[in-house]
Design a protein around this ligand. Structure first.
Ligand SMILES: *Cc1c(COP(=O)(O)O)cnc(C)c1O
Length: 461
């Protein structure tokens, strides 16, 4: 018999009475819904490696790294030790007027491995806040240099940069943006280089070049009014794990330079070895003017974000106090020592261990295991960039005709996978694998089997 404290049901009743969950229609979890329509709500007691364990002792393989944060696996001993040690030294101190070893050493380590030219680190405490910092900084940079005409941003179609008002403004995912559109800044959206949108006979590179042509036209017309362009390099994650050719990044870098526009690379989801290199920009041989990091920065342990910028940007703010040029943005927990110390341990892990090589091997394994899924009549595409692998489920693979959104097919796949002990939370009808780096051969085999079943479960009429 399970005691009350150990039953999922009793925790869920308390949960529903007190909590409002993110990105959730709470009605989906309501009591009394039928077994086939309710979405299970899972109270988690503990986690280790690639696994979560619920209150009743059932285990779930965390195939999405708990929203892409959990880099090396849950409770990685190196990261746990870093936080514990830091707790015995310094909990928190304001970062205005004060410094501390974790913040300083983390900044040094980040700048050492970042693309060339990035010279200063500014901290925030989550990804959306990093986007806000970058947008404000880019606007203010031009003002400080006397260019008051530049008030607009360019973002990519289908891009995602977070859900605070500024970050949401440069996001083009209707699910998040539509309701709040009347409140938002209006950026110019350039066509997405997404290779799923390639025209017949066009390869990924040609598709990227066509999108770059769209960007060129936009900049030719509006370039002198633009502060910055923001993009997710190589993978538009929340937009459905849509992927593009690195050539686009090289083109965007050139075009931004030609028009005096700053380039903001949002590596919040894809940074830290996820795609085979430490940072994605390396694969296109470009360096952005601002680079945004969060999610994996602390290996999934504590909230933290960093905005890395060039010396040129820093210098535009550096002047006598009376000039009013300072960047006065702050968050109470800016540069929190516990978060910085665990991020320092993340970087030490990359420095001391062949993480990237291991990830490349895991990515090759993922590719081989997923290849047969592409033959499924309801799979339009299996695509992959490093350790991100996405499966586009559709009503008809040949015509790529999508399922009706209201049928919530992805949700069926999610429910099936959970019943088999795998957390495979989809983006609409896109299933994806974005597992912790510690995932092993047996776990990948389980993931493959359950994914196949989940697609079958989702696509039966
Ligand atoms: C998750 C995400 C953000 C927002 O980060 P939060 O910490 O969730 O606010 C911004 N950009 C990208 C690309 C992301 O994936």
């Amino acid at each position: 018999m399970i005691s009350l404290e150990a039953s999922n049901a009793s925790w869920n009743a308390r949960d529903l009475a007190a909590l409002w969950h993110p990105c959730t229609q709470m009605h989906d979890h309501a009591d009394g819904r039928t077994e086939t329509s309710a979405i299970p709500l899972l109270p988690i007691r503990s986690a280790l490696g690639a696994w979560l364990t619920d209150m009743e002792g059932r285990r779930y393989l965390d195939a999405v790294s708990s929203w892409w944060t959990c880099l090396f696996g849950h409770r990685d001993p190196r990261l746990v030790a870093a936080i514990k040690a830091q707790l015995d030294e310094l909990d928190h101190v304001l970062l205005a007027g004060f410094g501390h070893a974790p913040a300083i050493e983390l900044a040094e380590s980040l700048l050492r491995v970042a693309p060339p030219g990035l010279a200063k680190a500014f901290y925030a405490d989550n990804g959306s806040a990093a986007v806000e910092v970058a947008l404000k900084m880019a606007f203010h940079f031009h003002r400080n240099r006397g260019d008051v005409q530049r008030k607009k941003f360019i973002a990519l179609g289908n891009g995602y940069h977070g859900e605070t008002l500024g970050a949401l403004a440069v996001t083009d995912v209707p699910l998040y943006r539509q309701t709040y559109a009347p409140l938002l800044l209006e950026p110019l959206f350039a066509p997405s280089p997404d290779s799923y949108l390639a025209e017949p006979g066009e390869d990924a590179e040609a598709c990227a070049l066509r999108a770059a042509e769209g960007l060129r036209e936009l900049l030719e017309r509006h370039g002198h009014t633009i502060c910055a362009m923001i993009l997710e390099p190589l993978v538009q994650c929340a937009g459905g794990m849509r992927m593009h050719h690195p050539r686009y990044l090289a083109e965007a870098r050139q075009l931004c330079d030609a028009h005096g526009v700053l380039l903001i690379a949002d590596e919040i989801a894809v940074g830290f070895g996820r795609t085979g290199t430490l940072f994605v920009c390396e694969q296109a041989g470009i360096a952005p003017d601002l680079m945004l990091l969060s999610k994996g920065l602390t290996g999934g342990m504590l909230p933290l974000a960093a905005v890395l910028v060039t010396q040129r940007i820093y210098d535009a703010f550096y002047a006598e106090h009376a000039t009013g040029k300072a960047f006065l943005h702050s968050h109470s927990y800016t540069g929190n020592p516990l978060a910085c110390s665990v991020a320092r341990a993340v970087l030490a892990t990359f420095a001391n261990e062949p993480v990237l090589e291991r990830n490349r091997a895991t990515a090759a394994r993922m590719s081989a295991l997923a290849a047969p899924l592409a033959e499924h009549p309801n799979v339009a595409q299996v695509r992959q960039t490093g350790m991100i692998l996405a499966i586009e489920m559709v009503a008809d693979a040949r015509t790529r005709w999508p399922f009706e959104a209201r049928e919530r097919r992805g949700l069926r796949a999610y429910r099936h996978a959970l019943s088999r002990g795998v957390l495979l939370r989809p983006l609409g009808d896109v299933l994806y694998w974005m597992p912790p780096y510690c995932i092993d051969e047996d776990e990948l085999a389980l993931l493959t089997t359950v994914t196949h079943e989940a697609i079958d479960a989702a696509s039966t009429p």
